[in-house]
Write a new protein. Sequence first.
Length: 187
Amino acid sequence: MAEINLLKSELQARSKFSLSRASRVALYVVIVLLVLEGLLYGLIFFYERQVRKNILALDQENASTDFEIGKTEKDRLEAISFQTRLGNLKTLLDSHLFWSELLKELERVTYRGAQFTALGGDEGEQKLIISGSVPSYKDLAKLMLGLTTSPQVKDVVLGSSGLEKGTEGGYGFTLEVTFNPSVLSKP
């Protein structure tokens, strides 16, 4: 008996490459996904190129700015050096001691018969060490009295005195004169 194939006509209607409806939908989805993926990679590629161009432009701008800063760096360092020197000068002038006012005051109150041979000062202890000579002890007393009359002199102490050797008479002396420190301030 001959076989009866009921499916033969349905199989013949289909070609070798014909797909069912579900397979066609899956194929379309895969194709759409591949196209979308290609578009996405294309967008990323163009975005990356744009970012690289921006980075290159910013690097050139940065190099230009560094060049401008480099040109002014020497001037900036010179200005800083000048400001430092001005600051040092201001500090020096602010802390400067004005010995001239004290010396003028000493000149004003010193007995005319006295001769100073050495003068040393210590601002920290507010003292002057004065060495010199006078014709007599009476003149030494006048010198000490004259120094104590000054408002800038706090105290006068006789350190030593005695007959000078090798001179025609006269007495050598050493005095410690304590002075008011405000006399060394700015006039």
